[in-house]
Design a protein around this ligand. Structure first.
Ligand SMILES: *[C@@H]1O[C@H](CO)[C@@H](O)[C@H](O)[C@H]1NC(C)=O
Ligand SMILES: *[C@@H]1O[C@H](CO)[C@@H](O)[C@H](O)[C@H]1NC(C)=O
Ligand SMILES: *[C@@H]1O[C@H](CO)[C@@H](O)[C@H](O)[C@H]1NC(C)=O
Length: 288
């Protein structure tokens, strides 16, 4: 009798404990040319610090297949995310690293009924990309200045990189050819524009992490939705048209204190997702 009573008490205690510390599941999307094994350190660390957290690091589109068109990746991974959403009506959190953060944003817009609470974009080219170092990861022969000739074509649009290549000197061609970035930014109005915006404003928190020592995302401010003007001068997010006109919800989130920009020095692009300081200080506090 004594033992069973104590046992029941213990179980109740454990159950309560689980209820109280139930963290929302976390979905993680890896970067370009990488698979989900590159995210295992982060996944394990989250589970260590927040025991019991379910972490889903997608194994889709690893390696070279990460160069598949953005919409294709978004549709496929988005369907998976919606299944996870459905299994967790209490809400989920989403982390995307590098290109994975742009895919994640695409998913939020394309599936506006998601139940993502917090989205953390870790050094992702949210406003596009225009830089040699990034280009040479996949296309060593291409020159930044002339890459648009390839990317702004039907063939070039069959690559993820072409989908978010944003050449400040060829904006007309960008708008004419890019099938992805000008749409999710609502620079081109489509029948989807309203639901794209809904998908972003539904977020409880949007955390944008990036920094000047990134070395790959160009300009690095693209991780904060800043971008080059036609003179390659960086315009900060809050001065850009997309924000001022609240094209897809950034301003709405900002006014409600739900948008946070985090700028960190001393982190190069390849290190964000494995830097324990970054994870502990700037990611964990938002995973509730
Ligand atoms: C990577 O994907 C595989 C297959 O789905 C899965 O078993 C593994 O747990 C994933 N890795 C991480 C770190 O989540
Ligand atoms: C814009 O794209 C269309 C087809 O995609 C093409 O016919 C037209 O010539 C392009 N315009 C310019 C200026 O490239
Ligand atoms: C890790 O991040 C901190 C900033 O949060 C930075 O000072 C440090 O240099 C980084 N270390 C590496 C190896 O990236």
């Amino acid at each position: 009798m004594f033992f069973s009573g104590k046992f029941v008490l213990l179980c109740t205690y454990l159950l309560l404990e689980t209820c109280i510390t139930a963290y929302k599941p976390v979905v993680i999307i890896h970067g370009v040319l990488a698979g989900n094994s590159t995210m295992s350190l982060m996944a394990e660390h989250i589970q260590q610090v927040h025991p019991g957290t379910k972490v889903y690091a997608t194994d889709k589109f690893g390696g070279w297949s990460s160069l598949a068109p953005m919409w294709h990746q978004i549709q496929d991974m988005g369907e998976d995310l919606m299944k996870i959403s459905a299994a967790h009506p209490e809400g989920i959190n989403l982390i995307g690293y590098s290109q994975g953060g742009l895919i994640a944003r695409g998913i939020l817009e394309q599936f506006p009924n998601h139940n993502v609470d917090t989205f953390i974009s870790l050094s992702s080219p949210q406003a596009g990309q225009y830089g040699t170092k990034f280009l040479h990861l996949f296309f060593p022969g291409l020159v930044c200045r002339t890459a648009y000739e390839l990317f702004y074509s039907d063939i070039g649009q069959h690559t993820s990189v072409g989908n978010y290549w944003n050449d400040p000197h060829h904006q007309y061609l960008y708008r004419n050819y890019s099938r992805f970035l000008p749409y999710i930014n609502n620079e081109i109005v489509s029948s989807q524009s309203n639901s794209y915006k809904d998908g972003i404003t539904r977020l409880h928190k949007l955390i944008l992490i990036g920094g000047p020592d990134d070395g790959v995302i160009t300009p690095w401010q693209s991780s904060h939705f800043g971008y080059f003007d036609e003179n390659e001068q960086v315009v900060e997010m809050r001065n850009r048209k997309a924000y001022v006109l609240d094209k897809f919800g950034l301003k709405t989130l900002d006014k409600k204190m739900r948008l946070k920009l985090i700028e960190l020095n001393g982190v190069s692009h390849k290190d964000w997702h494995t830097n324990i300081t970054v994870i502990d200080k700037y990611i964990m506090p938002f995973l509730k």
